[in-house]
Design a protein around this ligand. Structure first.
Ligand SMILES: Cc1cc2nc3c(=O)[nH]c(=O)nc-3n(C[C@H](O)[C@H](O)[C@H](O)COP(=O)(O)OP(=O)(O)OC[C@H]3O[C@@H](n4cnc5c(N)ncnc54)[C@H](O)[C@@H]3O)c2cc1C
Ligand code: SF4
Length: 504
């Protein structure tokens, strides 16, 4: 008898470890353990989602004929770690060894490799590009730009291809996907499912102080429910997904986004099958090309690409700090008061739903952390904790690389920074803010306006020669000297107040 480990983000019947095992002789091990539930202070919704989805998956395995040794968090014999549970189950059942699919995090990869049990790790085949596919693509390239990787993935999968040409003649329709916020959203948002109350009670009892609202809990926790959400979104959200992909609205956390990242990352949905379903909607004339291409690019492009970077760069990636930033994470990230409406909106919905869409993560909370110079390790821990879709393989490259430029430009060719103008253009946040987005200096000046120049000025040596940033420096240099001094002085004063814990 061998043990077959199934982790909380490996809830797929197609999992390589299950495919290689024999349900008549092998035993599946699944465990809710404190080690995994507390290595960062995860959002309670994320913990509840994982436990519910794991329990449902164990049920599905048993009905499929598998023997499952399942440990609940409150089992008295629970050893508290994945390796502890494997060792305990192995000695109880006299197992010959353990088969598992490679975890998506270096921490767990090394814990499993060091375990005093005979074990066999298999590649995670739920992705389109294997590690060697990515390394072959990356080999010899000076820059690892996602766009070229994405084209290869289009050719490999045949998605949106017209022979050997891209559908519609262009690989990328992003240009059409930057419309500002609509006046009204005519999609009702994600489906809401009934939760397992026992799990909610357990999470309430064991994680009373974690940041985030547990109730109301509405996530899908089975493959069937996740599929229902996907179909619901393809009908109602996909047609306008592209147009308003970057838009943000007060009290509208979901807009036209799919809200399937939790389900994809946990294994409830298969990325290729999802893209094929979305392509079918385009071929049936139900959704425009800009929406469908934009969506498919996020999945076979960005999602696969960031995974490739995570595994290629190695375990020290999360410790990178190329810009030498060292500020503590401001309280506003944990729900502390702030006068900045864009920040309070983005954090409030994160607290409520364990979700924010891409532009809120990149251009509001990410932009603010980068401009204020927060230590990227703290930023990384926050994102890993508060989003229900956050697993290190996908979160770290997005945060350390794309958002904080802490990897010295492996992912992004220039830092994603902006003044208040961008947020104003893409949202209605500024209309209800205590600051004035049009003010560049003065008491009511939008902090993004001050901090943008402060960032450029303090990192001049690093970015002045970046061909994509020369224009920014030319604008700064053309500014009147006294104006530049005022901007820098006010930015310093503002940062000083932030450091004092003032609700700025
Ligand atoms: C700073 C930062 C941190 C992020 N952290 C995570 C994370 O921990 N986990 C995570 O899954 N995504 C992360 N993302 C990417 C993206 O924000 C989320 O995938 C997306 O918001 C999930 O919501 P959705 O399902 O409604 O996505 P949609 O907007 O509907 O997009 C469709 C799908 O595309 C995929 N996708 C889109 N962009 C990316 C991307 N940059 N990287 C990987 N996949 C992408 C997701 O699977 C998503 O479900 C992060 C982005 C940034 C800028
Ligand atoms: S004015 Fe500035 S701080 Fe206020 S919402 Fe707009 S961008 Fe955010």
């Amino acid at each position: 008898m061998r043990l077959v480990l199934v982790l909380g983000d490996q809830l797929s019947m197609q999992l390589s470890a299950l495919q290689k095992a024999d349900k008549t002789t092998d035993t599946v091990v699944m465990a809710e353990v404190m080690g995994e539930a507390s290595y960062v202070p995860h959002h309670p919704k994320k913990i509840a989602f994982t436990f519910m989805a794991m329990r449902n998956f164990a049920k599905a395995l048993r009905s499929d004929g598998w023997t499952v040794d399942y440990t609940q968090l409150d089992d008295p014999e629970n050893t508290g770690s994945i390796t502890g549970e494997l060792i305990r189950r192995a000695s109880e059942g006299n197992a010959a060894g353990v088969v598992y699919t490679e975890p998506g995090e270096w921490r767990l990869i090394s814990a499993l490799a060091d375990m005093p049990l005979q074990s066999h790790s298999l590649p995670d085949t739920r992705f389109i590009a294997s590690h060697s596919d990515f390394d072959d693509w990356a080999e010899g390239r000076k820059q690892l730009r996602m766009e070229y990787f994405y084209r290869d993935m289009r050719r490999k999968t045949g998605l949106l291809m017209d022979g050997d040409k891209p559908e519609g003649g262009k690989w990328n329709y992003d240009h059409d996907n930057r419309k500002p916020a609509p006046d009204q959203v005519d999609y009702e948002g994600p489906l809401r499912f009934t939760p397992d109350e026992d799990v909610l009670d357990l999470v309430t009892e064991r994680f009373p102080d974690n940041f985030g609202d547990l109730r109301p809990f509405w996530f899908a926790t089975t493959t069937a429910q996740a599929q229902e959400q996907l179909t619901h979104w393809i009908v109602g959200g996909l047609p306008k997904f592209g147009d308003f992909q970057d838009a943000m609205l007060n009290d509208q956390p979901f807009l036209y986004h799919s809200l399937i990242s939790f389900y994809l990352n946990a294994g409830l949905l298969d990325p290729l099958a999802v893209c094929q379903e979305v392509e079918a909607a385009y071929r049936a004339g139900h959704a425009p090309l800009n929406a469908v291409e934009g969506f498919i690019r996020q999945i076979i492009g960005w999602r696969e690409y960031v995974r490739g970077i995570y595994f290629r760069e190695g375990p020290d990636y999360t410790a990178r700090n190329g810009l030498g930033h060292d500020r503590a994470l401001p309280d506003v990230y944990w729900g502390g008061p702030s006068k900045m409406n864009c920040m309070t909106q983005s954090v409030a919905q994160t607290k409520e739903h364990a979700y924010a869409h891409h532009i809120q993560r990149l251009m509001v909370t990410g932009n603010f952390a980068l401009l204020t110079g927060v230590d990227p390790a703290h930023v990384h821990e926050w994102y890993l904790a508060v989003y229900a879709d956050a697993y290190e393989w996908v979160e770290a490259p997005n945060v350390i690389g794309m958002s904080q430029f802490a990897d010295d430009g492996i992912i992004a060719s220039k830092p994603y920074i902006s003044s208040g103008n961008y947020i104003h253009k893409m949202s209605n946040y500024c209309g209800s803010c205590a600051y004035r987005v049009q003010d560049k200096t003065g008491e009511k000046a939008c902090p993004f306006n001050l901090l943008y120049w402060h960032f450029l000025d303090r990192h001049r040596e690093r970015f002045e020669r970046n061909p994509r940033m020369g224009n920014m420096y030319r604008v700064w240099d053309r500014m009147d000297e006294s104006k530049r001094e005022t901007v820098l002085r006010e930015a310093d004063q503002w940062l000083g107040r932030l450091d004092q814990g003032e609700a700025v």
